[in-house]
Write a protein that binds this ligand. Structure first.
Ligand code: UDP
Ligand code: MN
Length: 382
């Protein structure tokens, strides 16, 4: 806009200077007897023309300066609006990254009966240890957005998907922008689910593997591909879920972190010797020691970390296939190996994924997500 303005100013000036040249020549040629009078007139006119030229140039310069001041003021105001006083305060007092700002305020002593921090200082999120409003405010201000992936292949679609999605609409990351990525071989049978504002759903058609083990394992490949093709361009976080579950309480922004693992409800309070790691040295998932037993029904984090996890697990699954071995608990065994090699930065307590069949509920103050009934015989294929 400013360059076109300059162009029109230049052309106006050149027209004026041509006109003024013509008008200064004419009177001198016509009246020779009144030479002195004319000379005075000519001088006067020339002086006036030069004077008005100067005046116009000054006006143009002043206008440009005013425009510049307006533009600079606008830019300054925009910068001021982006950095709110709260951000100044947080940056000055607590430094970056932002995620750790709110974690500093976790109350690790609130649940003395359970472990609330790992040996590598990652928080384990239990009810009572966090301020839900503080996490929500921070993530809403940071405009955090979440992609949720879920697979409903074969008979799992009719059996579980509607309950999973409608309950997620009530409890999963309320207040944040969320898109559900549903992978299915039966897109025509998708249930109708009413979505809240700023929430959307995408259906991605996948082939149905003949063995249920492959349906489960090959999720890693599909997750990696959708992160690459879409999620990384639009979302901060990705959470990957089994479909055979129902949200029953807040599953909120306190669960978001760089790399998030879920403690398995059946093993969180068991000794390591009871963990069902893959103990076969032939498998890439082999482990003779570990930290915890994680549940593959939930994992998440920033998209970069989830992509790294999915790529790693898929590669190891394929290496096992080449060697004609299969890990004991399929993708879950590889996931456990990955989190042993690459420690998660955040752990979710079993309150985030609870099996109602477990009798001992003394540590469970709230159930946020519950395992649905399993009907392996009638639902699984292969
Ligand atoms: N899955 C599916 N169709 C199948 C088998 C598995 O869609 O026939 C997906 C579904 O999302 C399921 C996940 O893979 O939740 C893992 O399988 P499953 O829940 O049976 O494993 P489990 O929780 O018993 O370990
Ligand atoms: Mn499951």
């Amino acid at each position: 806009m400013s360059s076109s303005r300059c162009k029109s100013t230049q052309s106006t000036q050149s027209t004026q200077s041509t006109q003024s040249t013509q008008s200064t020549h004419r009177p001198a040629a016509t009246f020779t007897s009144c030479k002195s009078l004319c000379a005075v007139k000519i001088m006067k006119r020339t002086f006036l023309t030069v004077g008005s030229g100067l005046k116009e140039r000054s006006i143009a310069i002043i206008s440009c300066l005013i425009l510049l001041v307006v533009i600079l003021t606008c830019l300054y105001l925009r910068i001021l609006m982006n950095i709110s006083p709260v951000d100044y305060l947080l940056a000055a007092t607590e430094g970056s990254p932002r995620q750790s700002i709110t974690d500093d305020r976790l109350n690790f002593g609130a649940r003395p009966q359970v472990q609330t921090r790992t040996l590598w200082e990652a928080p384990i999120i239990w009810e009572g240890t966090f301020d839900a409003d503080l996490y929500d405010r921070t993530h809403i201000r940071n405009q955090s957005s979440v992609a949720l992936t879920v697979f409903a292949v074969g008979r799992y679609l009719d059996a579980y998907l509607k309950t999973f999605l409608t309950s997620a609409e009530k409890h999963f990351m309320s207040g944040l922008r969320v898109t559900y990525y549903v992978f299915t071989d039966l897109p025509d049978r998708m249930p109708v689910v009413e979505l809240a504002p700023r929430r959307s759903l995408k259906v991605i058609q996948v082939a149905k593997h003949s063995r249920w083990q492959d349906i489960s394992m090959m999720r890693m490949d599909a997750i990696s591909k959708v992160i690459d093709a879409e999620i990384r361009h639009h979302f901060t976080y990705v959470f990957c879920f089994d479909v055979d579950q129902e949200f029953t309480g807040r599953f909120g922004s306190e669960a978001l972190g760089d790399s998030v693992a879920q403690l398995h409800a059946w093993y969180y309070n068991r000794p390591q010797s009871a963990f069902t790691y893959d103990r076969n040295p032939e498998s890439e998932a082999f482990m003779d020691a570990g930290d915890y037993y994680y549940h593959a029904a939930i994992f998440g984090g920033v998209w970069e970390k989830v992509k790294d996890l999915a790529d790693h697990c898929f590669l190891k699954i394929m290496e096992d296939k080449l060697n004609n071995v299969e890990a004991l608990w399929h993708d879950e065994s590889h996931l456990n190996k990955y989190f042993w090699l690459h420690k998660p930065s955040r752990l979710l307590s079993p309150e985030y994924c609870w099996d109602p069949h477990i009798q001992d509920k003394r540590d469970i103050n709230v159930t946020r997500l519950m395992w649905a009934e399993k009907h392996y015989d009638s639902l699984r294929t292969g």
